[in-house]
Design a protein around this ligand. Structure first.
Ligand code: BDP
Length: 703
């Protein structure tokens, strides 16, 4: 198995589990149009029943009295059966009723019907044959992925080979993988996708490429996945030949109106635009002294007549031009957006990364969620493991995401969980939801690693229902991906649930951030790179202590961006939780944590403990030999061994870096002694030469 079918394998169930079952004799799909999600649902049910039970079931568009599974939209269902006794549903929601071999799957719309079909198949594939009658509605209307694909076919922060969408500046001819991706996305409730990089290339707008967008949309439409694109703000000038890209200029407005009309001619159900402006060197409205709201509304007005929306990113900061980049980058989003609350058009959604900096291993919830109650918001999560091991490390991310989704910002002293803000519920906003940066590639595993797919699966499941349990979602994924064997399920559960805590332990602790190389690769340890550069995340480490003072009383003032009750916690050194201590405070290495250890000893212990956990992964995995297919067994083992080794590099690099800074020895006398490490100089390697390594602490004795 090469991973291509992800969790939609429909692997045969052992006879013992299903021999007594009476399965539906007919699939009744209430739409015969090939591009319709209900038609797709019929095909998918047929494929699933064939795969899971080796049973060939015919598809019909006529309801029958005998046993059947009926799938359709509410309108189609009522028309075909005359039965309007269906519980009320929200947009994209479904009703699933299983009574033995009589199954009804009714969607609020066709997309909902397809989601219900996937849910039914997921139950069967997991050996769950119980009767059910359930309504399932999504938490939020926007459940999108973002793909950072470039027109030349490369992918920014993608770790699974080249793009499935683009090559050589144009949309690829063969869109088979695009349709297969849409299938995976539909099965987890994803309804939209932005297909090109946020650092956008204006040539996406060429006539040829707009036609290409039409083809991509055609490939994804049968799965109910609507496409959108990222825009480059300067396109009117760089691509359209105008002298300006000022958002209030009439010729610029006309340019975007015309482009939008052209797109909708090719893609009538085009979902919308994603815009990264005035950030990391990207052009934007501020160039013309216009506000970010002026910029967002420019696109909102062009797309409104077509029913599209604009996702406008809150990730706005300018590391290079800011006169004083020692100012706190974490402050930027609230500083830019809070004054604009209420000025965004109603089809604009501000898309906010979960934390104030950038997808770090631990961040507090972005305070922006609390500061723009008159604006639609979405949370941006990252499935691709940019700072979190780049798919070479197993890191199951939902427990991290949940620290933010479940966080109570206590706006105006009222319960204000982040998940209730982005759903639109807390501030009664019409729009809101989720954007997950995925960056799949042409590699058959989609993400470069079989185990990383649990993050994509869980992303969709959480966007649908953020109250669901991270471990329960994981176990559904394991059963669908690797089968029902108890040992397989238990082993992968243990490794996955241990993985984020382990990664945090051997990378950056106590809220110091991930401590990867920050300037370019974002992979591997390089704590020194975190300070003193425009991109910096600032650990402020010196001989005496570390951490960034973000208090109002003494530091950058960032803590004051939270509502009063939350701000009071972060302002106080005494009650800030240990795991965010260094995010909010600068303390001596000898500062004693709530847990009783000093900061420096916690660093040492955590790094040893995290690396030790990673050593268990290959061993645990080896217990699965013969219980899963050999191909995936070997491919995963290779990565887990790599992770075990690299975690030791992390352990020693970070421990030694802070030992050098602080001169405080490890109480357990491990640092510098490198237990369980194989030194390069004690190996016989042919084809290698000795070289100086930078940063030195990642090397074996500097070389
Ligand atoms: C950073 C990535 C960079 C992205 C940027 C963004 O390193 O590649 O362009 O975020 O989200 O994390 O815009």
């Amino acid at each position: 198995e090469d991973g291509l079918s992800g969790w939609l394998r429909y692997a045969p169930l052992s006879c013992g589990r299903s021999s007594h079952l009476s399965l539906p004799q007919t699939i009744v799909a209430l739409n015969t149009t090939i591009s319709s999600p209900v038609y797709t649902a019929g095909q998918e049910l047929q494929k699933g029943l064939q795969g899971i039970f080796a049973k060939q079931v015919k598809i019909s568009d006529q309801t029958t009295k005998s046993s059947s599974v009926v799938v359709g939209s509410l309108a189609q269902y009522i028309k075909a059966t005359g039965n309007s006794d269906v519980p009320s549903l929200e947009e994209d929601g479904y009703w699933l009723s299983v009574k033995g071999d009589s199954v009804q799957i009714v969607g609020q719309n066709e997309r909902g019907a397809l989601y219900g079909a996937f849910e039914y198949l997921s139950m069967l594939a997991q050996g769950n044959f119980a009767d059910v009658a359930k309504v399932s509605n999504p938490s939020a209307p926007i459940r999108w992925t973002n793909e950072w694909d470039n027109m030349d076919g490369s992918i920014e922060r993608g770790f699974a080979g080249p793009s499935i969408f683009f090559a050589n500046g144009v949309v690829v001819d063969d869109l088979t993988r695009v349709a297969e991706y849409a299938r995976l996305l539909a099965s987890i409730g994803i309804n939209g996708i932005i297909i090109n990089n946020v650092n956008a290339n204006a040539t996406t707008l060429s006539t040829q490429n707009i036609r290409g967008l039409g083809r991509v949309a055609d490939a994804m439409r049968p799965y109910g996945v609507q496409i959108g694109i990222s825009l480059n703000f300067a396109s009117p000038q760089s691509f359209g030949g105008l002298s300006t890209f000022d958002p209030l200029d009439a010729s610029v407005i006309k340019f975007w109106t015309d482009i939008t009309n052209q797109i909708y001619q090719q893609v009538p159900d085009f979902a919308g635009y994603l815009v990264k402006a005035n950030s990391e060197g990207q052009p934007g409205p501020i160039t013309y002294n216009r506000t970010l709201a002026d910029g967002a509304n420019l696109f909102a007005k062009a797309i409104k007549p077509h029913g599209g929306i604009v996702m406008f990113r809150a990730f706005v900061y300018d590391q290079l031009n800011e006169s004083d980049w020692h100012a706190d980058r974490a402050d930027a989003a609230v500083n830019y957006f809070k004054p604009l609350d209420g000025e965004f058009d109603d089809n604009v959604v501000v898309q906010i990364k979960y934390g104030p900096i950038d997808f770090q291993v631990r961040e507090p919830a972005s305070p922006l969620f609390a500061n723009i109650p008159k604006t639609n918001t979405a949370i941006e999560l990252q499935v691709t493991q940019e700072y979190l091991g780049q798919q070479c490390h197993l890191v199951y991310l939902p427990p991290l995401w949940k620290t933010v989704l479940d966080f109570d910002l206590k706006v105006d002293g009222q319960p204000s969980l982040v998940r209730d803000i982005v759903s639109g519920e807390r501030f009664k906003r019409p729009l809101g939801g989720y954007a997950g940066v995925v960056n799949v590639g042409t590699n058959s595993t989609w993400l470069g690693s079989h185990l990383a797919m649990s993050n994509l699966y869980a992303y969709g499941r959480l966007a649908w229902d953020p109250t669901s349990d991270a471990q329960a979602i994981l176990q559904d994924w394991i059963r669908l991906t690797f089968g029902l064997n108890r040992i397989v399920v238990d082993t992968i559960t243990k490794m996955s649930m241990d993985s984020w805590p382990a990664y945090e332990n051997y990378s950056g602790n106590l809220g110091i951030q991930t401590l990867t190389d920050i300037l370019y690769t974002h992979f591997g340890p390089n704590p020194a790179s975190q300070d003193d550069n425009g991109w910096g995340q600032w650990t402020r480490a010196d001989h005496n202590g570390l951490g960034m003072d973000r208090t109002v009383s003494n530091g950058t003032g960032f803590a004051g961006q939270y509502p009063a009750e939350v701000a009071a916690v972060y302002e106080s050194l005494e009650i800030t939780p240990d795991n965010l201590l260094l995010w909010f405070h600068h303390v001596p290495y000898t500062y004693t944590l709530h847990e009783g250890k000093t900061v420096i000893q916690h660093f040492y212990d955590a790094h040893y403990s995290g690396a030790e956990t990673a050593q268990t992964f290959p061993t645990l995995w080896e217990g699965l030999k013969g219980k899963i297919d050999d191909q995936r067994y070997e491919e995963v083992l290779f990565r887990l061994k790599y992770q075990a080794g690299h975690s030791i590099v992390w352990r020693d690099a970070i421990s030694e870096f802070y030992f050098n800074k602080s001169s405080i020895p490890d109480q357990a006398n491990r640092v510098g002694n490198h237990p369980w490490r194989v030194e390069a100089e004690s190996m016989q390697l042919s084809g290698y030469k000795v070289t100086a390594v930078n940063p030195f602490e990642t090397a074996s004795n500097f070389k």
